[in-house]
Design a protein around this ligand. Structure first.
Ligand code: HEM
Length: 343
């Protein structure tokens, strides 16, 4: 049976919710009661059936609504999608990767037929049926990266590899945790990571970059990152800070369980075949505290993580104003039991 897509919003009336099944598959990111940056990279291999790791590119019940939200962001601000001229080949590589992954993993929703460079793509949930010539931009309504990522949940950065570094030379970024593609475009790995506290001193970025430079085609890797967001808002960009920055002041002990969301990014890294670029999909999953505590071990662990989070991370992730209130609300769900690593 196919996925049942929900119709919901990530702005204004915020009707986004997770079904019980979506709560169960949420990628809870903490494997112990504390958190610190590390080079937490592992092979992006297939995980348990139904989990967010089952397929290389996860499609879930929020797909159709997330794509509608992306279209709204792009309409208001076309600079959320940029590709420097030398990145078009990487865009075709990405189009191939995403079409192949989706049609193989979800044949009831997507289909790809290839006859040489004549391709036929059907995306049933979004009502798209297009024939085009692979490699010929004039046969698509957008450039290849924009075309396929308007149909793919999560943000995408395309990184060119040269001079022993990675360069953010293309991307589509509409669901980000407070950073800007327009600001970062053309920067290298160390430059765009400049604002992150503590990790540079720990050597995290030096080791992570080395790892990335050696990434091989056919052996993708992944990591989880996280922050928190008030309201289920996908577009928490610096460009729209005036729209969401003040949300933090609206939290109260009564509404925090409903309004505050754990925001987890499933980040994966794939080497692309023709361009030798790397694609970095950043897939965002949101869960409100009230949904999260329905899984007792998560309700027990999250207050412990938040309580002991290093002050530099509290500040960088923008939690300062409400961290204590969140810990207090969540502490009702911490029965004091010992937790096991990974559990
Ligand atoms: C944060 C991009 C890979 C670790 C960030 C930020 C960006 C970014 C734009 C936000 C920086 C800001 O505040 O402006 C990327 C891209 C990658 C990549 C395009 C593709 C190669 C990695 C890898 C690691 C990593 C491999 C492994 C350790 C981090 C950490 C943060 C961060 C720890 C801070 C996140 C937080 O506390 O919320 N990254 N990154 N990144 N990145 Fe990366």
């Amino acid at each position: 049976m196919g996925i049942e897509f929900r119709h919901e919003t990530f702005r204004d009336d915020f009707t986004f919710r997770n079904s019980p099944a979506a709560i169960r598959r949420f990628p809870f990111p903490f494997d112990k009661d504390s958190y610190m940056y590390a080079v937490n990279i592992e092979p992006h291999v297939s995980g348990p059936k139904g989990s967010v790791y089952e397929h290389p590119i996860d499609v879930d019940e929020h797909y159709v609504s997330e794509m509608a939200d992306r279209a709204l962001v792009l309409k208001e601000d076309p600079l959320r999608c940029q590709s420097l001229p030398h990145m078009t080949l990487a865009g075709w590589d990405l189009l191939e990767l995403l079409m192949e992954c989706k049609s193989t993993s979800y044949p009831e929703h997507f289909s790809l037929t290839r006859d040489g460079d004549k391709w036929h793509w059907i995306n049933r949930p979004l009502g798209i049926d297009d024939k085009f010539t692979f490699g010929d931009v004039s046969t698509l309504p957008y450039g290849p990266m924009e075309y396929i990522t308007r149909q793919s949940q999560g943000d995408f950065c395309l990184l060119d590899q040269r001079d022993g570094n990675l360069w953010m030379d293309a991307g589509i970024v509409t669901t980000q945790a407070d950073w800007s593609l327009d600001f970062d475009i053309g920067m290298n790995f160390m430059e765009w990571h400049g604002p992150v506290p503590l990790a540079h001193q720990l050597g995290v970025f030096e080791r992570a970059l080395k790892f990335m430079l050696n990434l091989r085609q056919g052996s993708p890797v992944r990591r989880l990152n996280w922050t928190m967001t008030v309201n289920p808002r996908l577009d928490t960009s610096p460009e729209n800070y005036h729209k969401w920055g003040t949300d933090r002041a609206t939290l109260t002990p009564e509404n925090i369980g409903n309004k505050l969301h754990l925001r987890v990014e499933l980040q994966s890294f794939f080497r692309l075949p023709r361009s030798n670029a790397i694609v970095f999909p950043i897939r965002c999953y949101l869960i409100k505290l009230e949904e999260l505590v329905t899984v007792p071990k998560w309700g027990r662990r999250l207050p412990r993580v938040l309580k002991t989070l290093p002050p530099e991370l509290v500040d960088y992730k923008g939690l300062t104003r409400y961290r204590d209130m969140a810990v207090e609300w969540l502490s009702r769900y911490d029965d004091g039991a010992e937790t096991s690593p990974g559990g």
